[in-house]
Ligand binder design. Structure first.
Ligand code: AMP
Length: 249
């Protein structure tokens, strides 16, 4: 059973991003980039399934510029078997990525396609759902536990009201949430081993899918600065302010 895992290269979660002076977007020049944290969890889960003998091969895919190779090498160091970069300098929106992943998932006959629940740069939370819809496959989103038995994925989902358990037939799309697992540290020997693993590069235009953007960014602005808070001497003063100034009670 093959597992395909989608990994996105995003601005590192520790970086405080700055808006470009022309308000056209976020300035990512000379900014540290890393693997989307949810995608690390997705790879960890796929590798654990391989180690448990459930999966036979873990293939990682990233769509984006040539620098995504670094991200893919990290994925290989975690334990993926081989990598595919779908190279494109163009902006790739969730629908375009979903179409790219569909082509590869079909080509590889992947039984599970793991994605992060969302990418921390655009916070779209769309790609997995779009992929499941385009491929007409069952989906288990926001997974905090995944158990595979006899062609079925038993997925525990983190939903607003608590946890939901669903059983979906494979092949299926699963998007992973924070509590699914704790990704392992990448060791130096595994980084060295990863250098020898196959990383195939395909040009996005050679896949024959329409990756044209459907959404246009009009303007990106910093959120308004928050005013400084005030210290109140006691509970009575707090209640008085809540009543008379904030008018919330
Ligand atoms: P999003 O819908 O943008 O929040 O992304 C959700 C998930 O889709 C990510 O966690 C990745 O697993 C996958 N994904 C999004 N964009 C890409 C990309 N350019 N290359 C590979 N995977 C991606």
């Amino acid at each position: 059973m093959k597992i395909l895992v989608a990994v996105k290269r995003v601005v590192d979660y520790n970086v405080k991003v700055r808006v470009k002076s022309d308000n056209s977007g976020i300035d990512i020049a000379n900014v540290k980039m890393s693997m989307n944290p949810f995608d690390e969890i997705a790879i960890e889960e796929a590798v654990r399934l391989k180690e448990a003998g459930v999966a036979t091969e873990v293939i990682v895919v990233s769509a984006g510029p040539t620098q995504c190779q670094e991200t893919l090498r990290t994925a290989l160091a975690i334990g993926a078997d081989r990598a595919i970069l779908v190279e494109s300098e163009a902006e790739l929106q969730p629908l375009a990525v979903a179409k790219i992943l569909k082509t590869l998932a079909e080509k590889e006959s992947a039984q599970i396609i793991f994605l992060g629940k969302q990418a921390i740069d655009d916070d779209s939370n769309q790609t997995g759902q779009m992929l499941a819809s385009l491929m007409d496959l069952p989906q288990g989103t926001f997974a905090s536990k995944v158990v595979i038995t006899d062609g079925t994925a038993n997925v525990t989902r983190e939903v607003d009201g608590g946890l939901e358990m669903i059983a979906i037939t494979l092949p299926a799309v699963i998007t992973v949430d924070l509590r699914l697992n704790e990704p392992r540290y990448v060791t130096l020997p595994n980084i060295m081993k990863a250098k020898k693993k196959t990383l195939e590069i395909i040009k996005a235009e050679d896949l024959g899918v329409d990756i044209a953007p459907r959404l246009k960014t009009i303007k990106v602005e910093e959120p308004p600065k928050r005013a400084a808070g005030v210290m109140v001497p006691d509970v009575a003063a707090l209640v008085e302010k809540l009543k008379n100034e904030a008018k919330v009670i």
